[in-house]
Design a protein around this ligand. Structure first.
Ligand code: ADP
Ligand code: MG
Length: 778
């Protein structure tokens, strides 16, 4: 023991000498000077004092004030200075892989070191860490995983949780686990850092922990909304109300101004986009008026227009464009590169910034471009707070963000871009005022901004609870409702119960809430559990391709567009795909397959245009299918040769049976009532239909069963929507309930033993197929 102590003491002294040498060198002094200009420096002593006196401290401060790079460094420096360098161990979590890497690299440079000396990082599958590393930046997921095997975090002295205002699911998870840990580790220090001022929430969660604020300074930023932006193109934006059977819906309509300017190239590009926006505006009919405005489609051409406007008319300064995800970023980048001005490398430096890029590319973002070249950075919402690009003067904000999954731990099924909050929009705007006053172009109308919520709902409250419950179980975090009740903002107990019940019904949990083999497999698929089950069934019954198309379509969004003024044409185009099947799912499968064929002939766009399909959505479906395939391969259910995994894909009855088995218990009976029909689900009683379904217009009265994938509540009305499927078979639900047990057993054996030949269960197979068959029931 004495020898070990001696070694530690020597190491601490060595670290202190190294630190002092750097601080006294000329380069070190220069670095220190720039670090001292950051707002955090003025609070250094107060921060260190609060941290040494309290177990938990909450620190807030404007983005860029020096929380992430400075605060952990202050602690490290003071520990080393006090000759405790060998025994201190700080962990600072970041919600994103890229910021963990970027920040650790920056901090190492500020300390005159290489990564892996006193500063390191660790993200999934990657990391640099050495024997002297006392400060480790890692993703939240990495710390969570460590907590699973080392419940007391032995040896760790400080945990710093960064960007807590983002309220990602992992961060909320982590706080629950840490709150449990603190009493067991009274010497452990916890520091929570956040960019916005809702620090009270976190402070009271930790029993009134002290809050420290780092005052900052930013320059004013002028906001332009879509109506102002469009004025420069000769268009006017007018909202009007559309009344329909189910209440009032606000729909946005673009109108060309009567006195239009000469039609320039840009004007016609914008015209196309606006028409597309109009389309999508109408195809997303939900009670949420915001969803009528879809920047996915307004996107690219308008962004191109704004960017070229900035490059032609505005003063120098970098541009930061907020997009929803890397797919969008890449396609926009391709488009811009073909533009005469924006694609000219002598005038524009076009960069992307997203979670999955290489670190060399990442560094370019921070560098100043050569004189006369304008830097344009296309970024996801990570540039809102975790990364600061100093020379930004212009911000372009598309208004949406995608809930991305950061790593496997965070396998949430949110693939849809959703509206950001007012806080996030303000934050994006603020990025333009770092060095001088700036301009922000919001690509949505002011009244859409006014309808944003103040703060984004925490991920824990907006993630479907079914997936979340599976996640808690697969991470072995104990009883579901007990665990969730300890969250910062716990979900409603009733919704937790509903989710657990649902998971039991589909066989993902057993009666005692333990994860089944099916549940384990579902927890790695990035879709809702019922859709995951459909995928597994598709693989088992060797009709994988069509089932993957359906699941991807239901998780992305509807590729069928229903433009207001061409609704009849669009509906008949869709009906042609559905044929006599009365099935939206079959229509989707055929539309997708037709598109794939057309793509091979390079006529994908024409095909989409003719059939009222969204090419962008079909592409998203395509890439999600690829993801499914590689995840399913890990289950062992997928045959590697394409023919055998699609042996029964052409069997429409079987495919529909599998859709039905996946969507179960989403089944309702159709009761014939003179000239109208009445729909009754198993649990809610009477419901209404709202949908662009091929079945919505003239419900097939002679078909007694309807399978649906979506049920929404509007006031006290319950409505079925999304994709619908009509079935002939009398007693469908009864038959399925009889089969369910056997089917689940088969899934169980097959997942345990993927080589199991299910043809031996030929009776069950034909029984399932019979569900759909139009023959009379035996
Ligand atoms: P906060 O966490 O409070 O948002 P940071 O600690 O990330 O602030 O950043 C503090 C300052 O350091 C910022 O002004 C930023 O411009 C600068 N900075 C951060 N990372 C880098 C980097 N990789 N290269 C150059 N400057 C950087
Ligand atoms: Mg930060």
């Amino acid at each position: 023991i004495a020898a070990k102590e001696k070694m530690l003491r020597e190491k601490s002294l060595r670290l202190r000498i190294q630190q002092r040498e750097w601080q006294e060198s000329s380069e070190g002094l220069k670095m220190l000077e720039s670090r001292r200009s950051l707002p955090a420096y003025k609070e250094r002593d107060a921060l260190l004092k609060a941290i040494s006196e309290n177990q938990v401290v909450v620190v807030s401060g404007e983005t860029g004030c020096g929380k992430t790079t400075q605060l952990p460094q202050y602690i490290l420096e003071s520990e080393i200075e006090a000759a405790r360098g060998a025994s201190c161990s700080l962990i600072c979590t970041q919600p994103r892989r890229i910021s963990a890497m970027a920040v650790s690299e920056r901090v190492a440079a500020e300390r005159g070191e290489q990564l892996g000396e006193s500063v390191g990082y660790k993200i999934r599958l990657e990391g640099i860490k050495g024997r002297d590393t006392g400060l480790l930046f890692c993703t939240t997921g990495i710390l969570l995983r460590r907590l699973l095997v080392d419940r007391n975090l032995r040896g760790v002295t400080h945990v710093i949780v960064d960007e807590i205002h983002e309220r990602g699911m992992n961060e909320d998870f982590l706080l629950i686990v840490l709150k449990d840990l603190l009493p067991r580790r009274p010497d452990l220090r916890l520091i929570l850092m956040s960019a916005t001022l809702n620090a009270e929430l976190f402070s009271s969660y930790f029993g009134g922990a002290p809050m420290l604020h780092i005052p900052g300074f930013t320059f004013p930023v002028r906001a332009h909304y879509l109506e102002n932006i469009l004025e420069t193109t000769g268009y006017r934006l007018t909202p009007y109300n559309q009344i329909d059977d189910y209440g009032q819906e606000k729909v946005w309509k673009m109108q060309k101004q009567t006195m239009r300017k000469r039609k320039t190239q840009i004007a016609s590009a914008v015209e196309d986009t606006l028409e597309a926006a109009d389309y999508n505006g109408y195809s997303h009919r939900t009670q949420d008026s915001l969803s009528c405005w879809n920047p996915d489609s307004i996107g690219f051409n308008l962004i191109e227009h704004v960017l070229s406007h900035i490059c032609k008319n505005e003063r120098p300064g970098a541009v930061l464009v907020f997009m929803t995800g890397w797919e969008d970023i890449n396609s926009l980048k391709d488009q811009l590169q073909a533009h005469p001005l924006l694609g000219d490398p002598n005038r524009v430096l076009l960069l992307a910034c997203h979670g999955s890029m290489a670190s060399a590319e990442q560094r370019l973002i921070f560098d100043r471009p050569p004189e006369g070249v304008r830097k344009i950075v296309l970024a996801t919402n990570m540039a809102e707070t975790s990364i600061t690009i100093n020379d930004v003067v212009f911000v372009v904000d598309c208004g949406k963000a995608k809930e991305t999954s950061y790593d496997a731990l965070n396998n949430t099924p949110c693939l849809l871009p959703t509206w950001i909050s007012k806080a996030a929009a303000r934050q994006r705007r603020g990025r333009a005022g770092r060095v001088q006053s700036g301009e922000c172009y919001h690509l949505y109308p002011k009244c859409v901004y006014d309808a944003f919520s103040d703060y984004q709902l925490p991920e824990l409250l907006r993630t479907p609870l079914q997936s979340l419950c599976l996640q808690i179980k697969s991470l072995d975090l104990g009883g579901i409702s007990e665990f969730l009740s300890k969250a910062l903002q716990p979900p409603e107990p009733l919704s937790v119960q509903n989710a657990v019940d649902f998971l039991k019904i589909i066989g993902a949990l057993d009666e005692n809430e333990n994860l089944t083999v099916l549940g384990q497999n579902l927890s790695v698929l990035p879709v809702e559990p019922k859709l995951g089950k459909m995928l597994i069934l598709g693989a088992m019954f060797k009709c994988l391709d069509p089932v993957m198309t359906v699941v991807a379509g239901l998780s992305v969004r509807d590729p069928f567009m229903m433009p207001f003024d061409k609704k009849d044409l669009a509906e008949s185009a869709k009906a042609q795909f559905s044929g006599r099947g009365f099935s939206d799912h079959i229509a989707l499968i055929r539309a997708y397959e037709g598109w794939k064929d057309a793509e091979k002939q390079q006529s994908g766009y024409e095909y989409c245009w003719r059939n009222f399909l969204s090419a962008q959505t079909l592409k998203a479906i395509d890439s999600l299918r690829k993801q499914f395939f590689s995840l399913l391969k890990d289950t062992g259910l997928v045959e590697l040769d394409n023919e055998s995994q699609n042996k029964w894909s052409h069997d429409e009855h079987l495919v529909r049976a599998i859709i039905c088995a996946g969507l179960f218990p989403g089944v309702c009976s159709v009761v014939n009532k003179e000239r109208s029909i009445m729909l009754k689900t198993m649990e809610d009683g009477q419901v209404l239909l709202y949908s662009n379904s091929v079945n919505a217009q003239e419900p097939k009265i002679s078909y007694p069963w309807l399978v649906f994938n979506e049920k929404i509540k509007d006031g006290h009305l319950k409505m079925l929507g999304g994709y619908l499927e009509f079935f002939m078979k009398p007693g469908l639900a009864d038959i399925y309930l009889c089969l369910k047990r056997e089917l689940e057993e088969l899934i169980y054996y097959k997942l345990l033993e993927p080589k199991l030949d299910i043809c031996r269960y030929v009776d069950l197979l034909s029984a399932i197929r019979l569900l759909i068959s139009e023959d009379q029931c035996e």
